[in-house]
Write a protein that binds this ligand. Structure first.
Ligand code: ATP
Length: 434
């Protein structure tokens, strides 16, 4: 399949099946903001839940947090974002379109004019707004461009209330906003997005081994989602790629239809952020190790991933087209844990009492799993629609069900059909979904 065509196919499938819609579409859309539809919101939730389970609930050494999007403006001065969170912007003198200087050559990608870019100027990516009823400098606040700072300013609150000891981590999932100069590639680069971040606080001197640990752990987690390993790689930042707060960074990259790009970063942020906040706020942000009679500002290893970008990885990796019995089918081969709908329930025909039995089975299963019920159209068409939605199992109620209370369960990938007792469906799905 031409990889170029794949993005268009994904955007179209995402809309057709209710994964992702353009924001404010009836008004012509809002640049680079996307809305998640009925299937998209489930898929996104599954991604977040699997991350939260892996990073927070299954570990004794990581605590969760949900900090506000708006923070004291001094946070962003201390963190360096007011000064440094910038991209070089150039404008084409002919068509007046603006671009990130590091993403263009000497030729304007829109109008084709050569050597007509203005000299680059630094453009701050933070959105600003006003808090309260006055619109002046004093009331200006920033809309967070990363969730990490909410973690740093709560370092002592979490430490003291949870009774953790270093090394330990704080994790958070939440929205972040960046006024990107050139957003694009569907949900890859948007101005409003969601991050899943974890800051792991360690004793200075041990950051090297923890960096290795987290780099490997995060890569393995992505593989555990069923993403093909040949499409994944780690990329180490060169000194000029490093963000202002990092001394070492590795990106986990995926081979998107538009090339290899990052969707998660592992960063050694040293003691930069906590030191900055200590100086600016005048509050001690040290860790006291009473047993060892030591006090220090911990170093931080950060894992920072984007929910939306990972969702694009998941969709791109799962999409396939196949020929079955001379007919084309589109399949989203999502791992069952990720699939928005776990099983579809179909009466073979809309008569002979089959819909009643099928509806009862669907209602029973719905107590535990997201289930889709459909009784209209040919069974082939109904299967095909669920293949596109990534539904791993289709349960069909047929003539035999009425005699022996068994149903067929069709596997989305192998297309094999198995007869299963209706009252054994819940354990069957539980086992298959893992
Ligand atoms: P890029 O180089 O692509 O702009 P970055 O290096 O600035 O990304 P980080 O600041 O490390 O990214 O952010 C961590 C993660 O947050 C990224 O790996 C990505 O998944 C997500 N992310 C960052 N910016 C965006 C965006 N504009 N749209 C969607 N996701 C984003």
């Amino acid at each position: 399949m031409a990889e170029n065509g794949l993005m268009e196919k994904l955007v179209s499938l995402a809309k057709r099946r209710g994964f992702v819609f353009q924001s404010s579409e009836i008004y012509g859309g809002l640049g680079s903001v996307w809305d998640y539809g009925p299937l998209g919101v489930e898929l996104k939730r599954n991604i977040r839940d699997l991350w939260w389970q892996d990073m927070v609930r299954s570990r004794p050494d990581i605590e969760g947090l949900d900090a506000g999007i708006l923070m004291h403006p001094s946070v962003w001065e201390a963190s360096g974002h007011v000064e440094e969170f910038t991209d070089p912007l150039v404008e084409c003198r002919n068509c007046h379109r603006r671009f990130r200087a590091d993403e263009v050559t000497n030729q304007c990608p829109v109008c084709g004019t050569k050597d007509q870019f203005t000299p680059p100027r630094m453009f701050n990516l933070m959105f600003r707004t006003f808090m309260g009823a006055v619109e002046d400098e004093a009331a200006q606040v920033y809309i967070r461009p990363e969730t990490a700072q909410g973690i740093y300013v709560n370092f002592l609150n979490v430490l003291n209330s949870s009774r953790q000891r270093v090394p330990f981590g704080i994790a958070q999932i939440g929205k972040a906003f960046r006024n990107e100069i050139t957003p694009g590639n569907f949900i890859f680069r948007t101005r409003e997005f969601e991050q899943m971040e974890m800051q792991f606080f360690v004793k200075p001197g041990t950051e090297g081994e923890w960096f290795e640990y987290w780099k490997n752990a995060r890569f393995e987690w992505v593989v555990s989602l069923g993403i093909r390993e040949k499409k994944l790689r780690l990329h180490q930042h060169t000194p000029d790629e490093l963000a202002h707060y990092a001394v070492e960074a590795h990106d986990i990259e995926y081979e998107f239809p538009f090339g290899w790009h990052e969707f998660e970063g592992i960063h050694n942020r040293t003691d930069f952020d906590l030191t900055q906040h200590q100086e600016r706020s005048g509050k001690k942000l040290e860790y006291v190790d009473a047993a060892a009679n030591e006090r220090y500002i911990p170093y931080v290893i950060e894992t920072s991933g984007g929910v939306d970008r990972l969702l694009l990885v998941v969709l791109a990796d799962a999409y396939r087209e196949e020929e079955v019995g001379g007919e084309k089918r589109v399949v989203l081969g999502l791992k069952p844990e990720l699939a928005p709908i776990k099983a579809a329930v179909f009466p073979l025909v809309k008569k002979d009492g089959m819909p009643e039995v099928a509806r009862k089975i669907a209602a029973d299963l719905r107590r535990e799993f997201p289930i889709f019920y459909d009784e209209t159209g040919s069974i082939g068409r109904r299967y095909r629609r669920q293949d596109e939605a990534g539904t791993p199992f289709a349960i069909t109620i047929d003539g035999q069900t009425l005699e022996d209370q068994t149903v067929t369960v069709r596997d989305r990938d192998t297309l094999e059909q198995e007869r299963v007792a209706a009252d054994a469906l819940a354990p069957y799905l539980r086992k298959a979904i893992g």
